[in-house]
Design a binder for this molecule. Structure first.
Ligand code: SAH
Ligand code: SF4
Length: 409
């Protein structure tokens, strides 16, 4: 029996619950891959010859129509529905709180098995709606500008908990295909997914891969792979694998133009430095002119935002089809940095633009509800670093910053 806080377990089938028929445990179907679901259906008595078709039918009910009750799966025989209800369940993480920002951004605090919590953010824009999902509770990495980085890793999310975040947002937004409606008849509210919430997705590779395969599958959530972006701090050995096995769009948390600065901001750089990272990106198998890699670059006052940084950034990424996404630093209580001024960000963006790159500046969204990039953190996770530890890692001496040491809790 797993203890509720067991770290980093991939219990794809979820912790057994004793609420099924005669104490039998029901298996959660959310997050099972096609082969896993097929095997589970066969084990429950589905004839092998029918299993493939049943997987497709059940997936459509779960991931396109948002059905949670087997009884509603009207294209399946009544007996078969009863069998499914006896062995399986369709479970998504529980929404604990939902906050809506002045700008329409929604932030969900979500509880997963073991009582852990992660945050999920929905960002509506004119032509799209982007859901920012988490892949881990906390993060093992310690980027010094990132709020999540101050929270130690508690565990990896399962594939079901990752794809479940898309499902709970669609519940809240009423974003399911309605009875009698065809796919693609109505614009989708969750049209894009970014793995930019809490955690380093490439350190939870299998669960992220399985969840994104369901998100991209025509009988699953049915999002085009171009509408899914995985952001990594630079886990070099997994980048090629992500290209081959997931094939979604890639974003890199670049943030600095010298190893000395990147070592401090994104400490994984000490393991795989800028040169190694760029070499891996050049080899990213899906690379083509229409598939640019996004370089994310957080603008930190006086740290990485000089004209020379902008010029060096352009030199470094030469030869890689790229766009550069400048992110004004989002402050959080105790953060050891300040956001660059608007004028500085503009000047930096101009140099990049003149070099021929699109250089959109990411508008901070949902700041009033702490939903902006890098502000996510589970309020109840107590394992956190002190301000002093964060500063020590950032290589900073005594810095005077905001005084809300405890307000993150
Ligand atoms: N762990 C992954 C994905 C999550 S972070 C990664 O690091 O890429 C998503 C993006 O927000 C990353 O580019 C991250 O560097 C950036 N970010 C983190 N903290 C931030 C902050 N306080 N302000 C602005 N951007 C931040
Ligand atoms: Fe982890 Fe990404 Fe935050 Fe770095 S920026 S600490 S990798 S979540």
């Amino acid at each position: 029996m797993n203890t509720p806080t067991a770290p980093i377990t991939q219990d794809v089938l979820t912790i057994p619950r004793k609420d099924g028929v005669a104490g039998a445990a029901r298996i959660n179907l959310v997050g099972l891959t096609r082969p896993e679901l097929r095997a589970a259906l066969i084990a429950a008595g589905t004839p092998e010859k029918q299993a493939k078709m049943r997987v497709g039918q059940i997936w459509q009910w779960i991931y396109q129509k948002g059905v949670r009750d087997f009884e509603a799966m009207t294209n399946l025989a009544k007996d078969y529905r009863a069998m499914l209800a006896e062995h399986f369940e369709i479970g998504v993480p529980e929404v604990v709180t939902r906050q809506v920002s002045e700008d329409g951004t929604r932030k969900y605090l979500v509880r997963i098995a073991g009582g852990h919590e992660v945050e999920v953010v929905y960002i509506p824009e004119e032509d799209r709606g982007t859901l920012c999902v988490s892949s881990q509770v906390g993060c093992t990495l310690t980027c010094t500008f990132c709020h999540t980085g101050t929270q130690m890793l508690v565990r990896n999310l399962t594939a079901g908990e990752i794809v479940g975040q898309i499902m709970l947002a669609r519940d809240d937004l009423g974003d399911w295909v309605k009875p009698g409606e065809g796919m693609g008849e109505r614009p989708r509210l969750v049209s894009n997914v970014v793995l930019m919430g809490m955690g380093e997705p490439l350190y939870n590779f299998e669960a992220v891969r399985d969840a994104m395969k369901i998100a991209m599958d025509g009988e699953g959530v049915s999002l085009s792979r171009r509408r899914i972006t995985l952001s990594t701090s630079g886990v070099v050995p997994e980048i090629a694998r992500a290209g081959a096995d997931i094939g979604c769009m890639l974003a890199i948390s670049f943030h600095a133009t010298t190893d000395a600065v990147r070592d401090k901001l994104v400490p994984i750089n000490k393991r795989w430095n800028i040169e190694t990272l760029l070499a891996a990106l050049k080899d990213y198998p899906k690379l083509s002119n229409s598939e640019r890699i996004t370089f994310e670059y957080v603008m930190l006052d006086g740290v990485n935002d000089s004209d020379e940084d902008a010029r060096q950034l352009v030199r470094l990424i030469a030869g890689i089809p790229a766009k550069i996404n400048l992110i004004p630093f989002n402050e959080w209580p105790g953060a050891p940095y300040r956001r660059s001024s608007d004028a500085r960000i503009k000047a930096f963006a101009n140099i990049i633009y003149k070099a021929g790159y699109a250089s959109p500046v990411r508008t901070p969204r949902g700041e009033d509800i702490m939903a902006a990039c890098g502000q996510l953190k589970s309020a109840t996770e107590r394992a956190r670093k002190s301000k002093r530890e964060i500063e020590a890692e950032a290589g900073l001496g005594v810095v005077s910053i905001g005084s809300c040491e405890t307000s993150a809790e």
